[in-house]
Design a binder for this molecule. Sequence first.
Ligand SMILES: *[C@@H]1O[C@H](CO)[C@@H](O)[C@H](O)[C@H]1NC(C)=O
Ligand SMILES: *[C@@H]1O[C@H](CO)[C@@H](O)[C@H](O)[C@H]1NC(C)=O
Ligand SMILES: *[C@@H]1O[C@H](CO)[C@@H](O)[C@H](O)[C@H]1NC(C)=O
Ligand SMILES: *[C@@H]1O[C@H](CO)[C@@H](O)[C@H](O)[C@H]1NC(C)=O
Ligand SMILES: *[C@@H]1O[C@H](CO)[C@@H](O)[C@H](O)[C@H]1NC(C)=O
Ligand SMILES: *[C@@H]1O[C@H](CO)[C@@H](O)[C@H](O)[C@H]1NC(C)=O
Ligand SMILES: *[C@@H]1O[C@H](CO)[C@@H](O)[C@H](O)[C@H]1NC(C)=O
Ligand SMILES: *[C@@H]1O[C@H](CO)[C@@H](O)[C@H](O)[C@H]1NC(C)=O
Ligand SMILES: *[C@@H]1O[C@H](CO)[C@@H](O)[C@H](O)[C@H]1NC(C)=O
Ligand SMILES: *[C@@H]1O[C@H](CO)[C@@H](O)[C@H](O)[C@H]1NC(C)=O
Ligand SMILES: *[C@@H]1O[C@H](CO)[C@@H](O)[C@H](O)[C@H]1NC(C)=O
Ligand SMILES: *[C@@H]1O[C@H](CO)[C@@H](O)[C@H](O)[C@H]1NC(C)=O
Ligand SMILES: [Zn+2]
Length: 493
Amino acid sequence: MNFLLVLTLIVIISVQSRQENVSLDPCNDFYDYVCSNDTRSITELNFTSLFEDREILNPNISFPNNGTYITFDQILSPYSLMMWYMVVKSMDTPTVGSEFFDEATREYATKKNNSEKFSFALENLENLNLTLTNVFYNSLYANIEVLNQLNLPASEENEYLHHIFDLMKNNTIEEIWSSSLSNKSKKEFEKELNKSKVIFGLLDYNNVTMLEETKLIYETEYYRLKSLLSSNDLDTEIAEKIIRLGATDTATKNLGKRIPGYTPQFLFSAFASNMANEAFNQNSNIYCGIVTRSDLQEPILTIADTIFVLAHELMHFVYPFGIRLLPSNVTKAANKCTQDEVKMMGDSDAVKPIDGWFSENITHEDLPNLLGLRMVMKMVARKSANEEQLKNALETILSGLCIQGKPKNSILPNHHPFEISINTAVRQYPLFSSLYGCRLGDRMFAEPEKFCNPLGGDVNLEDYKIKNDTEDVGGFFNYIMDTANAFNFSFTN
Ligand SMILES: *[C@@H]1O[C@H](CO)[C@@H](O)[C@H](O)[C@H]1NC(C)=O
Ligand SMILES: *[C@@H]1O[C@H](CO)[C@@H](O)[C@H](O)[C@H]1NC(C)=O
Ligand SMILES: *[C@@H]1O[C@H](CO)[C@@H](O)[C@H](O)[C@H]1NC(C)=O
Ligand SMILES: *[C@@H]1O[C@H](CO)[C@@H](O)[C@H](O)[C@H]1NC(C)=O
Ligand SMILES: *[C@@H]1O[C@H](CO)[C@@H](O)[C@H](O)[C@H]1NC(C)=O
Ligand SMILES: *[C@@H]1O[C@H](CO)[C@@H](O)[C@H](O)[C@H]1NC(C)=O
Ligand SMILES: *[C@@H]1O[C@H](CO)[C@@H](O)[C@H](O)[C@H]1NC(C)=O
Ligand SMILES: *[C@@H]1O[C@H](CO)[C@@H](O)[C@H](O)[C@H]1NC(C)=O
Ligand SMILES: *[C@@H]1O[C@H](CO)[C@@H](O)[C@H](O)[C@H]1NC(C)=O
Ligand SMILES: *[C@@H]1O[C@H](CO)[C@@H](O)[C@H](O)[C@H]1NC(C)=O
Ligand SMILES: *[C@@H]1O[C@H](CO)[C@@H](O)[C@H](O)[C@H]1NC(C)=O
Ligand SMILES: *[C@@H]1O[C@H](CO)[C@@H](O)[C@H](O)[C@H]1NC(C)=O
Ligand SMILES: [Zn+2]
């Protein structure tokens, strides 16, 4: 039984900074070359911390008790309690990786009967602090605060962004079909990808009234459940945790009626992530945060970031979710190739990451960057009329990804330092060295025979080249912005 599978994310933190004098040779460090010019201004939003103890408002509805009390397992079944424990625990990203969930799930599965299962869930709940169990309530608060500060276009599903997602999804499917995988695997990937959906944080389902209603449902359920417990039970901390998770269960299920097609767990993670600059792929549904990690006054960079992040999350369908559909010699070679590349890029960076930064276990985060950038650059090639436009598009993508306000090569939970992973992907973009004139011996130069092939087969350079019959639309991002105009879309009202 799988409660959550894997939750993966890219974290990019805001606050403006500008380095004036780093090395500006694209063949040495492309990330620095582009990001030393980063002048985006990402709005710092003010909102209640998700990890602050906050009183749950009493909705002033009375729940008289007739003298019959219920037991804890009548609030949440052992399965639900365990599931919510893990979903909530996943908010504590520095301490939990995917192995954590695998282990807890495996152990839960060894429990023989309901009472053993429930005891196991309770034991786990002990090491979740009280504030964390209220995180959904806090996140509703924070979402309402943030939405009231911002002047975002109101929408249920933002038509333009969902169009971009469909475009990316179609291109991912095309990548799979043009690979040398078996037809059976290709069909399976296509099926999985076609099922996938996305929520764009704060730009989709951003009706404040809906969130206020959800908050009221949480409050009502919280006090209703309290009225059903005996005063002895109510005195325990575990009761408070279970009641909060019970209220979370009810509130997210109700939210699911307004936002159909997603599990309550996914909705929990999505709304709780709206303040956190991240993106993830949870059981084939994708969450993509834009607002809190981008400068909305720079729409081209914002959409460039979004496109790259979507490419990364879509490629998680292959690495790690789809590796069973790939020949093991292919995944083995791809992992080894990518690990060698990442390690080399980290060890040779002018800014050395801290010792112990490298782990083989998180290569499944570097591979989607590599595959994603290649896919996007093929899309770019189809809309470019000259090499300048290819270079512009690559620099635009990188500009949208620059991390602000943090030392270079900061450690990220469950990922290699972002700058290293992204430079590796750029180095592995097959046209990079020819576009920038990099030569053997340059740090960013990869010999063609050292290109990694995560889907098997070989790199076909032609896929990346501009075609001479391409009509000049002014480059890929011009086309993307023309599309935004056609949808009458802008990031702010
Ligand atoms: C970079 O610039 C900063 C401030 O502008 C200066 O303090 C520092 O010495 C410079 N470093 C190099 C290597 O030039
Ligand atoms: C960075 O800015 C400088 C000065 O404005 C400019 O000459 C250079 O081309 C820019 N680099 C990139 C990669 O955009
Ligand atoms: C957030 O709070 C700070 C300090 O109180 C204030 O300067 C800033 O304008 C606020 N930002 C927004 C977006 O309201
Ligand atoms: C609570 O509800 C009762 C009865 O509906 C009402 O008399 C009372 O004023 C309400 N109290 C608050 C604080 O809203
Ligand atoms: C007492 O209240 C509970 C919960 O509302 C209900 O399930 C139960 O049937 C009630 N018992 C009696 C005797 O009314
Ligand atoms: C559940 O299993 C445990 C250990 O096998 C046993 O001691 C306990 O009596 C069982 N409980 C129920 C309700 O069957
Ligand atoms: C609860 O855990 C969260 C996440 O680890 C942490 O940020 C917070 O400070 C903790 N709260 C208390 C009261 O210990
Ligand atoms: C994606 O592919 C589907 C099915 O072929 C097609 O109907 C849809 O228009 C495509 N969407 C985009 C944005 O390319
Ligand atoms: C927002 O939600 C409220 C309450 O559910 C609903 O009445 C209203 O029509 C919604 N607004 C929009 C713009 O959809
Ligand atoms: C994997 O094995 C197949 C058949 O055994 C072979 O054709 C292919 O070249 C191998 N791929 C790699 C990357 O080693
Ligand atoms: C990586 O995986 C290996 C074997 O699967 C394991 O022994 C090691 O503890 C893991 N390292 C980290 C940092 O998780
Ligand atoms: C494409 O056009 C360029 C410049 O006009 C030319 O050098 C090149 O040979 C052409 N390539 C093909 C495949 O026609
Ligand atoms: Zn990821």
